[in-house]
Design a protein around this ligand. Structure first.
Ligand SMILES: [Mg+2]
Length: 227
């Protein structure tokens, strides 16, 4: 079994362990309800375009994560000629995001198995309080030795520094024993490549890029057990 050669497994959170798409739509619906705007899928797509554009700028180091999270709602509500306090709306949105069970099917069973054979970690780009609340609400903390969140460690995927800090913290002697598992080529896989560890792409978005190649590719996270 390929997975046997690794000792440390680093998991991305959003769209790897947690179904971020499902959580986002629910939170977005609640936000529109607050503003008396009727939800439709097209509005969510418009929001997503703005949100993704800003997160890509963040990954390139052009803006901070705080700018992403306040600016996304200012830009979205501008479509309705509404002026909002971007921070206030974002805090409300993140409150909604953190509610409820958002796990993909089979994740708990997978972690139960892996926790007896490997050391597990979370390596996530995101806001500390949001990610901790979501981990707690989904009962995930007990499976992980340590949780690494970009906002808290002061560096982010795909930066080499983010991974250097993690490898140092968990006292890795041999980088060949570390596997990064995540759904995003431009952060999870590129980051693993930057620091020289193996990676496994959870290909739920069906993306590919000839310049960012993962070591392994699986269709969904629980397929890791078949690797
Ligand atoms: Mg992700």
């Amino acid at each position: 079994m390929i997975l046997d050669k690794y000792k440390y497994l680093l998991f991305d959170l959003d769209d790897t362990l947690l179904d971020f798409g499902k959580a986002q739509v629910l939170a977005f619906r609640k936000l529109l309800e607050d503003e008396n705007i009727e939800y439709n899928d097209e509005l969510f797509e418009q929001y997503e375009t703005i949100n993704k554009f800003l997160w890509r700028s963040f990954e390139r180091g052009e803006i901070s994560n705080k700018e992403v999270t306040s600016e996304r709602f200012i830009r979205f509500f501008k479509l309705f000629d509404r002026k909002v306090d971007g921070n206030e709306v974002d805090i409300r949105y993140r409150g909604y995001l953190a509610e409820g069970n958002q796990l993909f099917d089979g994740i708990i069973e997978m972690l139960e198995k892996l926790t007896s054979t490997h050391k597990l970690y979370v390596a996530s780009n995101g806001i500390g309080i949001t990610q901790h609340t979501r981990l707690k609400n989904n009962n995930l903390n007990k499976y992980f030795e340590k949780i690494f969140i970009s906002e808290e460690i002061g560096s982010k995927k795909p930066d080499k520094e983010f991974f250097d800090i993690i490898l140092k913290e968990i006292d890795v002697e041999n980088k060949d024993e570390v596997l990064m598992i995540g759904d995003t080529l431009t952060s999870d896989i590129l980051g693993a490549n930057n620091v020289g560890i193996d990676s496994c792409l959870v290909d739920i978005h069906k993306t590919s890029n000839p310049e960012i190649v993962p070591t392994y590719k699986i269709a969904k996270t629980i397929d890791l057990l078949e690797l």
